[in-house]
Design a protein. Structure first.
Length: 184
């Protein structure tokens, strides 16, 4: 790689790394191929949340399932659904394991909830070879009750499978805020 092209590549990696949340432990300076690999891994992992959210909003179950490993799981802790600062007293944790159960869960969700486009926020990824962890948030509203604003917090685990990154586990917590309308 020529010196000019090498500097451009390093500059793009540095600039893009800032955009995607920074490096937990950046590769040694001068190791451009390692920097490009890390940037590519981060971009692919961050794109999982985008594909997931878009699939949920548009009811595309195959798109949602494409980001999960066959043995993936989701978890909604008992205290995960918070309305006006408190979780319901009778809340039960929900855990879903495996592709078939996840497909059923998401099919029911998109058929019943009718979400509006979500806004993804604060996506953080920590790479650890062929595994990674991450956190992100989304602001979600629904057509049936646009005054209800949901802040979803995700804690994710990822694994590279056959050269592609997939979710292996998602912990989902949701806070709900009722937006006041009219004058009062």
């Amino acid at each position: 790689m020529g010196t000019g092209l090498r500097r451009l590549a390093v500059g793009m990696v540095v600039a893009s790394t800032v955009v995607v949340g920074g490096c937990a432990s950046p590769p040694p300076e001068g190791d451009v191929s390692a920097q490009v690999r890390e940037l590519t891994d981060r971009a692919e992992i961050l794109n999982l949340s985008t594909i997931y959210s878009d699939g949920v909003v548009h009811g595309r179950i195959d798109d949602i399932m494409s980001v999960f490993a066959d043995d993936a799981s989701t978890e909604v802790p008992a205290d995960a659904l918070v309305l006006d600062g408190a979780a319901p007293a009778d809340a039960e944790p929900i855990r879903t394991d495996g592709a078939a159960a996840l497909r059923a869960q998401y099919t029911g969700m998109v058929e019943n909830l009718h979400p509006l486009p979500a806004v993804g926020l604060n996506r953080i990824v920590t790479l650890e070879g062929d595994t990674a962890t991450g956190r992100s948030m989304s602001i979600i509203r629904f057509r049936d009750n646009p005054n209800l604003i949901n802040l979803a917090n995700y804690e994710d685990e990822y694994r590279r499978i056959d050269g592609r990154w997939k979710f292996t586990h998602r912990v989902i917590r949701v806070q709900k805020f009722e937006q006041q309308t009219g004058s009062g």
